[in-house]
Design a protein around this ligand. Sequence first.
Ligand code: 3UK
Length: 513
Amino acid sequence: MRADDLPLYYNAVEILEHNLAERADKVALFSPSRNLTFGDVSQEANQVANALLKLDVRIGDVVGLLTYDTPEWVTCFFGTLKIGAVSLGLNTLLTPGEYDYILRDSHAHVLIVHEELLPKIAEIRAGQPYLRHVIVIGGENEDTSYAKWIANEPTTCERVHTHREDLATLNYSSGTTGQPKGIPHAHKDLPLTAQLWGVNVLGLQESDRTLAVAKLFFTFGTGGNLIFPWYVGASVVLYPGPPRFITHILDLIVQFRPTIFYNAPTGYAMALAIPDLVEKYDLSSLRLCVSAGEALPAPIWQQWQARTGLEIIDGIGCTEIYHIFISNRPGDMRPGSSGKPVKGFDLKIIGENGQEVRQGEIGNLLVRGETTASYYLHQYQKSRQTFQGEWLFTGDKYYVDEDGYYWHAGRSDDMIKAGGIWVSPMEVESTLVSHTAVVECAVVAKADQSALYKPKAFVVLKPGYAPSAELEQELIQYCREKMAEYKRPRWIEFVEELPKTATGKIQRFKLRE
Ligand code: 3UK
């Protein structure tokens, strides 16, 4: 399938509404709070659409969505798309300062926020130049509550016939330096990735039921646990809690019996740490597992297979391309590798001279495919470095083995993926140096006992402070409080000085060794 195969005027709300007459009564969405049929979701999404129209939201306007993976995430998402507005899926783990930046940068007019996350917005609300309305999910007694907001809206709404290249979604992704970058995707990208990976690689069918630990605000989650299953009329199970509550997640598998399970490598390692995993949890509903976000080490693949009898499909995707473009596939796997190119995407691996490397050599991975975003919002320079004509510079190092499998070989920048989510070493460093005991520091990725990478800090102390286990714990705790928890360093090594270039730049590669 190519973008040209879609109608010129195509709205991705079609993914929810196609074939609705036949499947109106099928459960589309299972969740701990409530289950909704396709008919229910469509009606509630229409109510959201009508309520947004009343707030004067029009085609191209941005609607922010900051909530856990609850049914409202889904109704607000499709309600936004239906009227041609752009759904900004916000990471629930950010700081008020980050929300402040993103809300300004995206020009969101409306923000729909879960009541538990509202305090982080309340702090920065007053200074927002574009944000006109805040709707609160929960908070039943307030005037701005979601329930009241949609209560009297009609359950039908006319679809805005967007161009297939009109923007549908916006996600922010962090880089080594500076603020996170807004990555806009068009309506066409959603059905395209659904077909190219969801159907062609995963073999999704109407009878499937998916469950993802990866959140809906992350395109790994939106694609895997919403767009792709609904594209074929399959159902989804939503898990609103944090990825570390592995036993809750396993309980959900037992309760809702999904056939496909998405997680990051850390999630599989956590489940494997449960001694009586398969005795305690009935995983027999599952036919496939998926891992992405960071490389899945072969030992985790093998242990999972040995213990559960299930194969994990590891595939690499990125927000710029929306989803997975190199993937293992059922019946064709090489544990430890990312698999082979997904049909519909072209790949090249180039050396420092810009020429393609020979088979087996490591180089920079570039990808070409029709689901790729065109630019980073308000980031002309960064866009030109990453979106190189038809090719996307991924920032990943790769090599290909003699059988054509692609192997991840690190990043070309200093970025760390921990638990499948980005950690910028600079951010952790600036947090650490704000502590009174620290002169300077450098943060790099270090492999833990499961061969998964986590931040490690090398710290130079101020005169008068001596290295100690207590100070190490204090610094880690300090980072926990100042940043999202997953960004904290897991180890701290106190050093006399940091390796630097003649110009004073920290040589992180030396510390990685
Ligand atoms: C790294 C991987 C090795 C890699 C994502 C699936 O992770 C996703 O998107 P992000 O924009 O990050 C992209 C970067 O993450 N990475 C992701 N998957 C793998 N490295 N093996 C993997 N399997 O550095 C890549 O450039 O946060 C993943 C689907 C949608 C996504 N957005």
